[in-house]
Design a protein around this ligand. Sequence first.
Ligand code: DLL
Length: 441
Amino acid sequence: MIFNSEMETLSREQMGKLQLARLQETVKRVYEKVPFHKEAFDHAGIKPEDIQSLEDIEKLPFMKKTDLRENYPFGLFAATQHEIVRIHGSSGTKGKPTVVGYTKKDIENWSEIVARAICCAGGLPGDIFHNAYGYGLFTGGLGLHYGIEYLGAVAVPISGGNTPRQITLIEDFQPRGIAGTPSYILNISEEMERMGLDPRKTSLQYGIFGAEPWSEEMRVQLEESLNIKAVDIYGLSEVMGPGVSIECHEVQDGLHIAEDHFYPEIIDPKTGEVLPYGQEGELVFTSLTKEAFPVIRYRTGDIASLNPEKCKCGRTTMRMSRIKGRVDDMLIIRGVNVFPTEIESVLLGFKELAPHYQVVIERDGALDRFEVHCEVKQDFLAQVGELESSSEVAKLVKAISHEMKNALGVSVILRVGKPNMIGRSEGKAIRIVDKRNNVLI
Ligand code: DLL
């Protein structure tokens, strides 16, 4: 089912016309209402009237996360307090939280966008939908929630955490759909097994997973362990929240962007130059309909590429690739660039390992030491007895190290531990533990 067939099947030309009209309105709005934007435009020597084509967007200055922090909390809002009905934000683990606002119309649009996304993932009106994203300032819980209701499905607002209770409700309510971070949903699936239940035999048919980078191998793991179709949903609070893009369940090849609301670009993160379709770079979004918190060329810090070709599912909306990682999460190990998702891909190729891992960085004299911590599955441990003395384990470590070197082009120090050695998340997983400055990412 195509939820909004008109918007999801426009020709490129029709979409371009709609986007231009909406871009012109947005640019005018921010120029008139937000001193930050007026100053940035004036500094760049550009006026709203100069935007006469979509290509003209390249004349506009970029926005960055630091702009949100510097204008904390409400300095970038383009609506009055009387018009705003909701606030969301990031957790602020790395400083002050970033705060965003929504008008009633913004919430309506977002709800429709998420309803559309759920359909794209295979959801239908009438579905019971288990929403394990955290409710609160984080956009995951409430973002999905309003979309579920807008679609006419039944929202189970369980939020994250209390895993045994999640399992009871999945058993009792018989949901068709589930949403949560991929790492947490895997956690639920493992807990089911520990309780002697078969996660492949629940009522679940599809899962909507995102809010953190995850690999194709992780998809296979989720689909197999829960016997569902697992689709990737992307979004960020600065741009709106979940639903900026989502894979279709029919093809699962790239994430369809809600292009009537968000205009995407890919830039070279170093020079800011716009890159052609297909080329990987930093994803940049301009909001086209937002009232309270419009963003102009917002640099997401996420690495992806764009594909304008019509999808086999029939949708014509631009697709973005799965996110490879964040610009700031890229590890430079002895000069080689490595993303945690690439490490994940290698680890998940080993059936003996559980899909949980962390990269630990420590200062070792003048150098940085990178360790990959992972753990074996319970059944493998039962088979080999002790980890330390087992020749099977030594063989496994050697094989993983070899594969890491092959795939990443660099060797890493590997620590293979017992089940549950890696802390489990109930939301976004912590994949990088940077002990140099005690930062968790
Ligand atoms: O994570 C919004 C969201 C909620 C998306 C639920 C999907 C599902 P923030 O907390 O602002 O918003 O974090 C945004 O998370 O810039 C990416 O780095 C990362 N991210 C989000 N979705 C994906 C994904 C929500 N599907 C930041 N794949 C973004 C990889 C993702 N990374």
